[in-house]
Design a protein around this ligand. Structure first.
Ligand code: SF4
Ligand code: SF4
Ligand code: SF4
Length: 261
């Protein structure tokens, strides 16, 4: 059987997700032997841009060049997999920044001039995404599991539980309930093994929202713990500005204010 033709691409981001693959030191040779790696600019000198069975794309679409690359890859790929929270949700590149964009560009790029940019968006704003691996960066275990599933002709299984599930399995003290810290675990997709709460740090939501997150319940708990709506929306929006979550939280905030009035 022919090996699946794979391409790995990075748009605007830090390339951390591609590095996770390169850091699979024990498994890397096996992976390279199992696939026909056509394009991986971060690690290859002579990529071959051809029809692909699977394309992995990291980073957000934040420049016209990103959009061109993405549309071209989508045309050539059977399956397109978004890797990393920038690609899945817009990530830190898409975090809300109220400062004047033109002024920021002048400050950063000065006389060198600045590249044309687009409002940072996830891949799904432009193309159909067949599967998403969130994380900042992605989890090595989830990447390997997904590669194995793809090699067997299956799509990987989605993680449908929040960070809290793994946090409870790890028997951590709940930082939200017991210490009143602003922890995004209940709304964030699991898969990281509750890394931050296990190190006594509240979850910052770097994996983006879990499906069917109980936004209303989390929001109310946070309000009761004394966090204001703006702070909560800002924290949850650091990695994923998901309009429906923000709208839902704002609605809950108003309801809560009416209830306590
Ligand atoms: S998701 Fe995180 S690791 Fe991946 S490109 Fe964005 S900032 Fe880098
Ligand atoms: S510490 Fe955070 S992730 Fe852990 S159970 Fe509490 S709210 Fe959930
Ligand atoms: S606990 Fe939260 S912030 Fe930490 S790695 Fe997991 S999802 Fe990311």
């Amino acid at each position: 059987m022919a090996k699946p033709r794979i391409g790995i691409y990075g748009l605007t981001g830090c390339a951390g997700d591609e590095l996770v693959l390169l850091n699979c030191e024990d498994e890397l040779l096996e992976i390279v032997a199992a696939v026909d790696l056509k394009s991986f600019v971060t690690a290859q000198s002579h990529p071959e841009e051809c029809e692909l069975d699977v394309a992995f794309v990291g980073g957000a679409v934040a420049q016209p060049h990103d959009r061109e690359v993405l549309l071209d890859v989508r045309r050539r790929a059977g399956l397109l997999i978004a890797i990393g929270t920038c690609a899945v949700w817009g990530g830190v590149a898409g975090a809300k920044n109220d400062q004047d964009r033109a002024a920021l560009k002048r400050l950063v790029y000065r006389e060198a001039g600045y590249p044309e940019s687009l409002p940072p968006q996830p891949l799904s704003a432009y193309v159909q995404v067949d599967f998403s691996l969130p994380g900042c960066p992605i989890e090595k275990k989830q990447l390997l599991y997904s590669l194995a599933a793809l090699l067997h002709g299956d799509l990987p299984q989605r993680i449908g539980y929040p960070v809290c599930t793994e946090c409870r399995i790890a028997e951590n003290v709940c930082l939200l309930k017991e210490r009143g810290l602003l922890c995004c675990g209940p709304l964030t997709q699991g898969g990281c093994g509750a890394r931050c709460p296990s190190h006594n740090r509240p979850c910052a939501g770097c994996r983006g929202p879990v499906e069917e997150a109980n936004v209303a319940a989390e929001y109310r708990i946070l309000l009761e713990k004394g966090y204001g709506p703006e702070e909560i929306v800002r924290r949850l929006g650091t990695f994923a500005r998901v309009p429906h979550l923000v709208e839902l939280m704002e609605k809950e905030g108003k309801k809560h204010a009416q209830d306590i009035a």
